[in-house]
Design a protein around this ligand. Structure first.
Ligand code: PBG
Length: 341
C-alpha cells in the first residue's frame, strides 16, 4: 500500500514558476558534502592542555577529567613526544606545585615546577611544537585566587601585575614560545608585553585569555590543579559575567591595543555568539578554550551510553570552528590526533 495516496488521496499537482532551489543536491554524496563543507577541524588547530605536578613519581589520574593526568616530568616528555609525532602543533602547560603561599611565588621561581617543565620541553623539542605557558598564580596561591590580596581580602589588580611580569619573565627565560595570561587583571597584557620587551623577549608571543567568563564549567580543572578558593569564594570579581557580550568586545579590544598576538574566548560552547562576534572584530588569530567541564560532560554522558562520544565530540569541535575560532584548546587533542585525523 502507498501511505501517501491511500490516506491522503492523489497528490496535489503543483508547477513551480521557476526551478526549485534544491540545497539537498549538495548533500547527496559524502564526497559532495566533504567538498562543500564550509569549515573543518585540522589537528594543527588544536592545543593540548597538560598538567605537571611537583613531587610525584607516577602520573596521577584526575577523576573528574577522565583520560587526563597530572604528569611527572618524564611522563610529560613522553606525552609531548607522542603529540609531536601525531602532528599536534601546540601544548599549554599548567604547573601544580607541592607548596603554595600568599603571593604564589612558585609561579615565578626559576626552579618552580612549570619552569622546570618548560626548560625540559624546550631542550627536548626545540621548535617542533609551540610551547605555551599558562600565566596565572591561582595554582600557586594558598587562597586559590588569581592574584595577590589586599588588606580587605580582595584581589589587588596592580600589585598582581607585578607578579605576572615576574612570571612572564621566568616562563620566557625557561623557554616558553608563548605566554598565556589567564587571570583577567586589567592591563595584564600591556604590562607583560612591556616586561618581555624590556628583557629582550620580543619574539615571545602573548595569547591573551581576553574574554574569560566566571564559569561553573571550570570545576574539573580545579581538581586537576588542586585549587580550592578560600572561603568557598568565586572569581566573579575579576572574570566576566556570563550575561554580557558587549563587555567581551571591550576586553578583546583592550587586549589588542595592549599588544595581544592571539585573543581567546573561554569557555567555548556556551559562548559561540561571543566567538562569532570577536571573529568579526579582529583579524588576529582567535582561540577558543573547550574547558574541563565541557569535556567532562561529554565523557560522563558517553560513559552512561546516553550519547555517541565520537560524533558529539566532532560536532562540538566543529561548532567552535564554524563560529570562527582558528585555534581550539581542548583535552580532546590526543583523541582527535589519534582517531580522527
Ligand atoms: C586559571 C585558569 C583556569 C582555567 C585555565 N586557566 C581556571 C579558573 O579560571 O578558575 C580553566 C581551564 C579549564 O576549565 O579547562 N589559571
Amino acid at each position: 500500500m502507498n501511505l501517501l495516496t491511500d490516506s491522503l488521496g492523489p497528490p496535489i499537482a503543483f508547477a513551480p514558476m521557476f526551478p526549485v532551489s534544491r540545497p539537498r543536491r549538495l548533500r547527496t554524496t559524502a564526497a559532495l558534502r566533504e567538498l562543500t563543507a564550509e569549515s573543518r577541524v585540522h589537528v594543527s588547530d588544536l592545543i593540548a592542555p597538560l598538567f605537571v605536578r611537583e613531587g610525584i613519581d607516577t602520573p596521577q589520574p584526575i577523576v573528574s577529567l577522565p583520560g587526563v593526568v597530572q604528569h611527572t616530568l618524564p611522563s610529560l616528555v613522553d606525552e609531548v613526544r607522542q603529540l609531536v609525532a601525531l602532528g599536534v602543533k601546540g601544548v599549554i602547560l599548567f604547573g601544580v606545585p607541592s607548596t603554595k603561599d600568599d603571593v604564589g611565588s612558585g609561579a615565578f621561581d626559576p626552579n618552580g615546577i612549570a619552569q622546570k617543565a618548560l626548560r625540559t620541553l624546550r631542550d627536548t623539542f626545540q621548535d617542533d611544537i609551540a610551547i605555551v605557558s599558562d600565566l596565572c598564580v591561582d595554582e600557586y596561591t594558598s587562597h586559590g585566587h588569581c592574584g595577590v590580596l589586599d588588606s580587605s581580602g580582595r584581589v589587588d589588580n596592580d600589585a598582581t601585575l607585578d607578579i605576572y611580569c615576574r612570571t612572564a619573565l621566568a616562563q620566557a627565560t625557561a623557554g616558553a614560545h608563548v605566554v598565556a595570561p589567564s587571570g583577567m587583571m586589567d592591563g595584564q597584557v600591556g604590562a607583560i608585553r612591556a616586561a618581555l620587551d624590556a628583557a629582550g623577549f620580543v619574539d615571545v608571543a602573548i595569547m591573551a585569555y581576553s574574554a574569560k567568563y566566571a564559569s561553573a564549567e571550570y570545576g574539573p580543572f580545579r581538581d586537576a590543579v588542586d585549587v580550592r578558593i578560600a572561603g568557598g569564594g568565586d572569581r566573579k570579581g575579576y572574570q566576566q559575567d556570563w550575561r554580557n557580550s558587549r563587555e567581551a568586545v571591550r576586553e578583546v579590544l583592550e587586549d589588542i591595543d595592549q599588544g595581544a598576538d592571539i585573543v581567546m574566548v573561554k569557555p567555548a560552547l556556551a559562548y559561540l555568539d561571543v566567538i562569532a562576534e570577536v571573529r568579526r572584530l579582529t583579524p588576529l588569530p582567535l582561540a577558543a578554550y573547550h574547558v574541563s567541564g565541557e569535556y567532562s560532560m561529554l565523557k560522563a554522558a558517553a560513559a552512561n551510553g546516553w550519547i555517541d562520544h565520537d560524533a558529539t565530540a566532532l560536532e562540538h569541535l566543529g561548532a567552535m570552528k564554524r563560529a570562527g575560532a582558528d585555534i581550539i584548546l581542548t583535552y580532546l587533542t590526543r583523541w582527535y590526533a589519534e582517531h580522527v585525523s
